[in-house]
Design a binder for this molecule. Sequence first.
Ligand SMILES: [Zn+2]
Length: 197
Amino acid sequence: MNACPWCGNDATGRDLIPRALTRVRRLLLVSRIRDWDYRVLLRPGISGVDPRYPKIVEIEQRYVVGKQRRDEISWTMLVGLITHELGHSFLYHHWEWTKHKRFVRAFGEVDKAYRGMDNSWVYFQNRRVAIAPRDHVTAYAAKHPQEDFAETFRFYVTRRGRLRDLFAEFGQKRKGVILYEKFLVLHDFVRALRGWT
Ligand SMILES: [Zn+2]
C-alpha cells in the first residue's frame, strides 16, 4: 500500500481515476449519451484509443501516478482528457456515421492522414471556447477532423449537452456557422441513438 506519510491518503494518485470516471459518467448521463460499453484503463505509454478496439480508452498512467512530479495532471485536465479520449472511442464505435454526408460536411474526412501531432493533453483542461480559429471549438480541434470531433464531444459532454449556453458563447466569440453545425450534428445523432428520430 502506498500511503502518503503526511496526509495518510493514497499517494499514488490512482484514486483520482475512479473519481474522475464517476464525474465523466455523470456528465455523459446528463448529456443523455447512451453508454457504448467503453472501458478506461491506466497504461504506460500514451493516452488514446486504438481503432481496432474502439471501446478501450487508455490513459497514460504517469498523469495520475507520482503526484510530486512535473507532469502532474490537474483534476480538470483529467476529466477533460478522459472525455476527449471517449470522443475518439465514441467515433470509432459509430464509424459508419463518419460516412454520412452531413457528418462529412461538418467535420471533413476523418480518414485523412495524421501528421505532426504532438502529445497535446495540456490543452484538454481548457473549458472555454477559443476565439480563434473561427470554425473550431479549440485550436487543438483544428489539427485533424478526428481531433475536431473529439474536442466537439468534450465540450458537448462537459457542458452537459446544453447547446443554448454554448451557442450564446459562440455568438459572443463570433464563431463560424459551421461550428454550430458540428454540435447540431452530434446532438441529432445522440438523440437518434436514443430513438428520437
Ligand atoms: Zn485526440
